[in-house]
Write a protein that binds this ligand. Structure first.
Ligand SMILES: [Zn+2]
Length: 380
């Protein structure tokens, strides 16, 4: 697991909920546009602090709305046996992080549609609640300022649902689109190709619209659309490459891609020796640590860097190594496609390949991507 920094992280219903530091940027932009733009227009003459308080409530409500949306995906996914262990709030909203892609179009369809459906229901409930509170400021008899906040949150949930239903993979609508194509044609690969193309087309449209908006005066909003478009473009490209990779790796075992000529460090070797004899001459990113023939850990430049240089000579490698479970490991007969998921999360760009505790080899990201590059060149 790559440990990404989180502002807040806690578990809820067995799911890790984390707030990425980049979420603050989105939260601030939303609060700022509400406190200086939307709310003062609706209610003139309130103190500035009142607008900021309204904006703060709206941002907390927005965070909860996104969490509820992602929980809908997560709970439906889990009901179909999908391992989803983490929900993140980040710069562009939220994401329920899939450990692997759904293996049937029905699972994908239901899981993808659950989020927008829940957002629409939540949005309708909030709009109804706002009406009960006396209505938003546009109403003939405006309700209290809190009604405007609730009304705004209701609209935001509807917008969230509509935006997510754009047929742009990996947005929810793009997943629904892929599931329908997959059901109709029975070919997940072809369905993904079409859906991710849709994703890139929408991404370019968003960027163009954003650029146009920025030039015609809506600078912040326009640049925001450009950023979202860029993110979507990257994400759908990555989703397509992932499916392609899995297709090429089908039937391939870890043993066929691993390197077996591995330089390993001894557990009792000093860090100074390790640096001189292995790290500098070989400059790999990951070295297995052996105790006799058994693999007991892995060591990389990042652990050496944390250790003050004066104690390199007196510290054994054993004292700074990462446990195999932290570095990530695989067995020679594991499917390469399954190992790829673990590899993508490995903090050192490689997995220890062990056979009953003994070192069999290393599976590095570089070797797998070289293999995929050649396959794509000749067959892709
Ligand atoms: Zn969603």
């Amino acid at each position: 697991m790559t440990a990404r920094p989180s502002l807040i992280a806690f578990r809820l219903f067995g799911v890790r909920l984390r707030v990425d530091p980049t979420w603050l940027i989105l939260a601030f932009l939303v609060a700022w546009s509400l406190a200086y733009g939307v709310f003062p227009q609706l209610y003139e003459g309130l103190p500035v602090a009142a607008y900021w308080l309204m904006a703060l409530i709206a941002v907390i409500g927005l965070s909860l709305s996104i969490i509820i949306h992602e929980f809908a995906h997560t709970l439906v996914g889990r009901a179909f046996g999908m391992p989803i262990n983490q929900i993140s709030l980040f710069l562009f909203g939220g994401a329920a992080e899939l450990e692997e892609e759904p293996d049937s179009p029905k699972t994908e369809l239901l899981m993808a549609i659950a989020g927008p459906v829940v957002s629409v229901i939540l949005g309708a409930l909030l709009l109804w609640l706002a009406a009960l509170m006396g209505g938003a400021a546009e109403a003939e008899t405006p309700g209290p300022p809190l009604a405007a906040v609730v009304h705004y949150l209701g609209l935001l949930n509807i917008v969230l649902a509509v935006f997510n239903m754009l047929p742009a993979f990996p947005l929810d609508g793009g997943r629904v689109f892929r599931a329908i194509l997959w059901m109709a044609g029975g070919d997940r690969y072809a369905a993904t190709r079409t859906a991710t193309r849709g994703g890139r087309i929408f991404a370019v449209l968003l960027m163009a619209l954003g650029g146009f908006a920025a030039l015609s005066g809506a600078l912040v909003a326009g640049l925001w659309w450009v950023l979202i478009g860029t993110f979507l473009f990257g994400a759908s490209g990555a989703a397509w490459r992932d499916v392609q990779a899995r297709r090429f790796l089908a039937g391939v075992k870890v043993r066929e891609l691993m390197v077996t000529d591995v330089d390993a460090a001894g557990a009792e070797m000093s860090v100074a020796d390790f640096v001189e004899r292995l790290l500098y001459p070989r400059h790999h990113r990951l070295f297995p640590v052996l105790d006799g023939e058994r693999v007991i850990g892995a060591v990389s430049e990042s652990q050496v860097k944390k250790l003050p240089r004066q104690i390199w000579a007196a510290t054994p490698v054993r004292a700074i190594m990462a446990a195999p479970s932290v570095a990530g490991s695989a067995a020679p007969d594991d499917d390469a496609a399954t190992a790829l998921t673990r590899l993508a999360r490995s903090p050192y760009g490689g997995l220890l390949v062990t056979d009953n505790g003994r070192l069999a080899g290393l599976l590095t990201f570089k070797d797998v991507s070289d293999y995929l590059r050649v396959r794509t060149l000749l067959e892709g």
